[in-house]
Structure formats: structure tokens, C-alpha cells
Design a protein around this ligand. Structure first.
Ligand code: ATP
Length: 305
């Protein structure tokens, strides 16, 4: 139902999105996974008809965003990255405002919003600026659902939200998916990628790789991924840099309190890494890659070409 083909967008000289293509069908959550500045907001705002495209095609149910944007807006729910509701209005007043914009009454959208609104109802009169981070995001999602959209666009909906509320929020999204809504969700959190049906790993406006998260994790299996643990935190950055300087055939990066290492070419690194550890205490073990590793792997490959 959503098709994006060869979408391109500059800001001045900066090429923010370069020949980006994707599809999202009903019952599907598609994740745009990438760090800050990858181009996720630009893509979502353009699909949401809020920003002009420079080049490319975006259609929703066959309708073109350039010419049919008024019809498209009726089918879309968009939740911007920044909390964009009125902090001085109550929960109910914000919701009413969105219902007025879409010309619907509560009774008409009750079925669509109640799974979330029932959780917000006890705070109905509270100013939205005084809600917790997780509750604010639920209210924003509620407002995006009043027109019962078939396509939901969610820009980093869980950024700044605590882990428990993040999980809750994703459970809500999965419920809407099971009812047929299709969703495009951007996130900088690699763990959230695993909750999507399809993901696109994006870096500097380009798609590094796309597919189901499971398939992407399987793909680089001909490479080995290692983790070095136990390096004192005061030395860890220097240690990582040293590995990269002394061994151009490997790519190393920090992951929490550990260093992750991938070989740029297909070969084992155990000997190399053991040698680097001879002067410092630490443990090396081979690990199964997660999405963050896969992202780094494709980034390394691209930079190496
Ligand atoms: N209005 C603008 N004018 C100039 N540059 C912009 C503008 N909006 C975005 N950019 C730049 O375009 C690139 C992509 O930004 P975009 O906001 O789409 O990425 P993002 O992945 O959503 O990142 P973030 O999470 O930081 O918003 C970034 O380098 C950003 O600085």
C-alpha cells in the first residue's frame, strides 16, 4: 500500500536522502533504523505530505503524494519526533482538538483509540505537559489515530522513554498491526529493529541493507564477530583505536562497556585479538551478531569499497 521509489532530497548542498526506496503493506511494521542525521525524519515527513520531494515517487494505495495529498492525509496518521501537542491543554483538550481537525466525534473513533485512551483516561484533565514521557507518547499516538488511518508514520516514538514504557508502546503497535494497520517507524534503537517485520538500515541518507531483521542477522554469518570485555573504562577507547591502527584488516567499535570487532575480510581474528590482549587484562569471545553489529558490518563494507 505504501510505495516509495528513488526518493531524493537535498538541503542546500547536503544530500540528505539518496535514491531511497521502500514498501510497506498492511499488517506490517517497517523500521527505518539509523543514527541521528540518517535522513529518517526527511523520509517520514515527505511520505506524510508535509515536505516536498525533490525527485522520486511516493504512492499510498495508488495515490500520489504530489497530486493527491488531501486524500492521502485522510488515510494517514503521523506522529512527529518532537512532542508536538499543546503542553498547556489537557489530555482531553488535545484529543478533542485533533478530533475537530478531522471532523470526527469521540463515538466515531472510540474503537480505534480506546485501547490507548483507556490508559490515559484517569489523567484526562491533566495538562499534557505534565505527563510522563511514556504517557506523552501514548497521547501523541492516540491523536494520530483519531482518523482511523490505514498507514501510521511514527518518527522515533520511543526516544527518551523508559525501557518499560518502550516495551508497552511496542505492544500497542503490535496490536494495531494485527488489526491490519501498516506502520513505518523510525528509531535509533537497534533493539527495536527486531520488533519490525522489515527494516531498512540507513546511514547518511542511503540504505545500507534491507530485509527482515532475522534475515539480516543471518546474512553476515560468513564473518566472525568478537567481543572484548573487561578493559578498564578509562582505557577502552584508546584500546579500540589501537586495534584499528595496528590491524587495518579489522573494524572495532564500542558497544556498551565492551569492544566489538569484525574482520573486514573473511578470516578468523582470534589470533590477532589474543595478541592485542597480551599486554592488558581482558576476555575475548566470539558472539552472535545483533542488529547493531549488522549495521556496523554493512557500514564497514561500504566504506571499504
Ligand atoms: N531543514 C533543514 N535544513 C538543513 N539541513 C537539514 C534540515 N533538516 C534536516 N537537515 C539535515 O539533513 C540530514 C538528515 O536529517 P533528518 O532529520 O532527516 O535525519 P534523522 O535521521 O531524522 O535524524 P534526527 O533523528 O537527528 O532528526 C541531517 O544531516 C540534518 O542535519
Amino acid at each position: 500500500m505504501l510505495r516509495v521509489k528513488d526518493f531524493k532530497r537535498h538541503y542546500g548542498d547536503l544530500l540528505a536522502v539518496d535514491r531511497f526506496s521502500m514498501e510497506a503493506n498492511s499488517h506490517e511494521i517497517v523500521g527505518l533504523i539509523g543514527p541521528d542525521g540518517a535522513g529518517k525524519t526527511t523520509i517520514l515527513r515527505s511520505i506524510a505530505t508535509l515536505q516536498n520531494m525533490e525527485d522520486g515517487e511516493v504512492t499510498i494505495d495508488g495515490l500520489d503524494v504530489r497530486t493527491d495529498f488531501l486524500k492521502i492525509r485522510k488515510r494517514l496518521g503521523y506522529m512527529p519526533g518532537q512532542f508536538s501537542l499543546y503542553p498547556d491543554l489537557s489530555v482531553w483538550e488535545n484529543l478533542s482538538f485533533f478530533m475537530d481537525i478531522h471532523g470526527v466525534r469521540y463515538e466515531q473513533c472510540k474503537d480505534a483509540i480506546d485501547p490507548i485512551f483507556s490508559q490515559l483516561a484517569p489523567f484526562k484533565s491533566r495538562k499534557s505537559g505534565q505527563l510522563s514521557g511514556g504517557m506523552k507518547q501514548k497521547l501523541a499516538l492516540c491523536c494520530a489515530l483519531v482518523n482511523q488511518p490505514s498507514l501510521l508514520l511514527l518518527d522515533e516514538p520511543t526516544t527518551g522513554v523508559d525501557p518499560v514504557s518502550r516495551r508497552e508502546f511496542w505492544n500497542i503497535l503490535k496490536d494495531y498491526r494485527s488489526q491490519g494497520t501498516s506502520m513505518v517507524v523510525s528509531t535509533p534503537y537497534m533493539d527495536e529493529a527486531m520488533m519490525c517485520d522489515q527494516i531498512l538500515l540507513i546511514h547518511e541518507g542511503k540504505v545500507l541493507e534491507s530485509g527482515s531483521p532475522k534475515a539480516l542477522i543471518e546474512k553476515p554469518r560468513n564473518r566472525s564477530f568478537y567481543q572484548i570485555e573487561g578493559i578498564p573504562s578509562s582505557e577502552i577507547y584508546r584500546f579500540k583505536q589501537n586495534i584499528m591502527r595496528r590491524h587495518p584488516e579489522v573494524f572495532a567499535y564500542l558497544s556498551g562497556k565492551a569492544i566489538r570487532v569484525i574482520a573486514k575480510k573473511e578470516h578468523s581474528l582470534m589470533n590477532i585479538l589474543q595478541e592485542t590482549l597480551s599486554r592488558v587484562s581482558g576476555i575475548i569471545r566470539e558472539v552472535t551478531p545483533d542488529i547493531e553489529d549488522v549495521f556496523m558490518f554493512h557500514l564497514t563494507n561500504r566504506n571499504d569499497v
